[in-house]
Design a binder for this molecule. Structure first.
Ligand code: SAM
Length: 283
């Protein structure tokens, strides 16, 4: 007997007789034409754009994008899907690449490329991290992610969603919500709703930090113990007396919690710690 789940899995097999969605590859295909229209409009496509689509799938977005831009590089890890897509595509400005985006060498790409994709949920964070680490190639991302993750990326201080991932993203990019997407817009239907968001990568990070590694370590430590006040949460980095002196210098109350601090506050703490360490090292 076929279960409801089987029926959902087979939804897309109609036009492609032998294909079954692979759950382990995050294969949830966009089937809602209204959402597709909103995504395409939200991508702000221009004739001169070069686009990298991550996870092209069965091409729900690929040809539509290609019709409005100069070129599309479409990456898809599942060769079976990619071959299906190859047989359907008519546009000549699409390069199909059968690869795992996370291990794909990006050296062959240059210029200012727009990243677009309904991303596979199981690797959304590493995909975003890889794109942000290649800001010399990419200038913006137009991506669908899980709704709850989008809320963390958009979160501002003094909210419960604000955390180390919010800080990481907002240090590198300006984030905007474009449209919430109900789970029923995809087949098979995922367990959670999604959100289509836009990230514009800062040509240079928006705030000045003297040591990026230390900055992210401070943020990580602070949020790892988010219920503690910031003086106690950062105690692993320096003794409390030194920390209190630093907070005093930058006019920050030690009784605040990580979620009450802005990116600028974390940058000030980092810059003070870095200066202290330089002094100690005699440099
Ligand atoms: N773009 C299509 C759509 O909107 O219908 C498919 C979106 S589906 C959520 C994500 C796609 O990413 C799947 O086709 C999946 O096979 C592909 N994918 C999964 N892991 C990948 C990886 N590491 N690199 C590239 N593509 C991947």
């Amino acid at each position: 007997m076929k279960t409801q789940k089987d029926r959902e899995q087979k939804f897309y097999t109609k036009p492609f007789a032998s294909f079954t969605a692979k759950k382990q590859l995050g294969q949830n295909f966009l089937v809602d034409p209204n959402i597709k229209r909103k995504i395409i409009a939200g991508c702000e496509l221009k004739k001169e754009d070069v686009v990298l689509e991550i996870g092209a799938g069965l091409g729900a977005l690929t040809e539509e994008i290609a019709g409005q831009v100069k070129h599309v590089f479409a990456i898809e890890t599942d060769w079976q899907l990619l071959e299906t897509l190859r047989s359907r595509i008519r546009a000549s400005n699409i390069t199909l690449i059968n690869a795992d985006f996370l291990s794909y060498p990006l050296d062959s790409l240059s210029g200012k490329i727009k990243v677009i994709g309904n991303l596979p949920y199981y690797i959304t964070t590493p995909i975003i991290e890889k794109v942000l680490q290649h800001s010399h190639i990419f200038n913006s991302l137009y991506i669908t992610v899980q709704y709850e993750l989008a809320m963390r990326m958009l979160a501002k201080p003094n909210t419960k969603e604000f955390g180390s991932f919010s800080c990481f993203i907002q240090y590198f990019a300006d984030v905007q919500k474009i449209v919430k997407i109900k789970s029923t817009a995809f087949r098979p239907i995922p367990k959670v709703d999604s959100c289509f968001i836009k990230l514009v990568i800062h040509p240079k990070p928006a705030i000045k930090v003297s040591d990026e590694k230390l900055f992210f370590f401070v943020i990580h430590q602070a949020f790892q113990q988010r219920r503690k006040n910031i003086l106690n949460a950062l105690n692993a980095l320096e003794d409390k007396v030194t920390l209190a002196e630093i907070f005093n210098k930058i006019n920050l109350k030690g009784s605040l919690r990580a979620e009450n601090l802005s990116l600028e506050d974390f940058a000030s703490i980092t810059n003070q710690l870095k200066a202290l360490r330089r002094n100690r090292a005699g440099g």
